[in-house]
Design a protein around this ligand. Structure first.
Ligand code: SF4
Length: 354
């Protein structure tokens, strides 16, 4: 039995379509489509791919009325909650609500007239739709806040929040994304002291799959480890499905979700007696498709190998041209190196479901 070392900060629970965010609701993973929203079939196809890899919430850009008018067609072909991303034009928000969207992402301060914000809130209230206020480092008013800091990001978000609060609207979630990881962490920490709205975490413009995954894992991971954050997006310059895969690994690493295959492998060193890198890569790509809960270890030698292998459900510990197979901590048999991948994959496939 694993000890729970993360104590999640309690936030207000809100409903988005058929899921909850905040409070005791599971931490959800989001992504955003990269297709032209007007292209319904391409957008739906991308959302289905996201659903397949475990995306909980999807956001689409709604930059014009043509895009707003197809929201219903997209919505009726997908299963997960749909959020419309709106900038400046209140009519796009109204049309998206009319079309059946589940939530909005918009900053009320960017909509020039208060009566227009009130019109959006009135319609959102009728359908109990959450509005995400999303402040990015790049969108902070630099005349007002010449220095970008956690305080300026939080104050900027609070200005938008107050507009909704003055309209007695509290069905809100908040994001405060910066490209700078320490600034992102400090900003969310500060905001979590000021309000109890659910927080949508993210490091903005994090970069390519490699650098973006690292920056996001540190920024989002640090906050989640502190118990801050109710939903998040890993922003990558990569296909959206990659964002979900990275997001799931972040949750698995923190034991926030306990599902799927955990593959551990040693970094190898001068004692290594089998091709750990090659074997692990092949095994990982083969077993990634299996829907199982199992921990697999690939270790290079008999120094640390048996200990780690025994700790896993299925483990291999390398020897001269062979691998020793462990199952549930017990040595089972010795296998020639050339057969290791096949044997390991078969063992994982046949491992009983927990
Ligand atoms: S398990 Fe063996 S080969 Fe792998 S890093 Fe440890 S000592 Fe080196």
């Amino acid at each position: 039995m694993r000890q729970n070392l993360i104590h999640r900060k309690q936030t207000r629970k809100i409903k988005l379509g058929n899921i909850y965010i905040g409070g005791d609701a599971p931490i959800s993973i989001q992504s955003m489509t990269t297709t032209d929203t007007k292209n319904v079939s391409a957008t739906v196809q991308q959302i289905k791919e996201l659903e397949e890899v475990g995306c909980d919430i999807v956001r689409i850009a709604v930059p014009n009325m043509k895009a707003a008018k197809v929201v219903h067609q997209i919505k009726e072909n997908i299963k997960i909650p749909l959020i419309a991303d709106i900038h400046f034009d209140y009519r796009l928000a109204l049309e998206s609500i009319n079309q059946g969207v589940d939530g909005l992402r918009l900053n009320p301060g960017n909509i020039q007239r208060r009566d227009k914000v009130a019109a959006i809130v009135e319609e959102a209230r009728k359908k109990d739709l959450p509005i995400r206020i999303g402040v990015n480092g790049g969108s902070v008013d630099r005349e007002k806040y010449p220095i970008l800091s956690p305080e300026s990001l939080v104050d900027s978000a609070l200005e938008h929040i107050k507009i909704l609060e003055e309209l007695n609207y509290y069905n809100i979630k908040v994001s405060l994304k910066a490209t700078d990881v320490p600034m992102t962490i400090a900003s969310y920490q500060l905001m979590s002291q000021k309000r109890d709205y659910p927080l949508h975490l993210g490091v903005t413009e994090a970069g390519t799959k490699f650098t973006g995954s690292i920056k996001s894992s540190i920024g989002i991971g640090a906050l989640l480890a502190l118990g801050i954050g109710d939903t998040f997006r890993v922003s990558l310059t990569a296909p959206p499905t990659e964002e979900i895969k990275v997001g799931k690994e972040i949750l698995k690493s923190l034991h926030i979700i306990d599902e799927g295959i955990e593959c551990i492998s040693c970094p190898t060193c001068g004692r290594c007696e089998i091709d750990v890198i090659g074997i692990t890569e092949k095994v990982e790509s083969e077993i990634a498709k299996l829907n199982k809960k199992v921990k697999v270890a690939v270790m290079g030698c008999i120094v640390n190998g048996p200990g780690e292998s025994k700790d896993a459900d299925i483990g291999i510990s390398g020897g001269k041209g062979i691998g020793v197979l462990f199952k549930n901590g017990v040595e089972v048999k010795r296998i020639p190196e050339k057969d290791l991948v096949e044997v390991l994959v078969t063992e994982v496939r046949n491992f009983p479901d927990k």
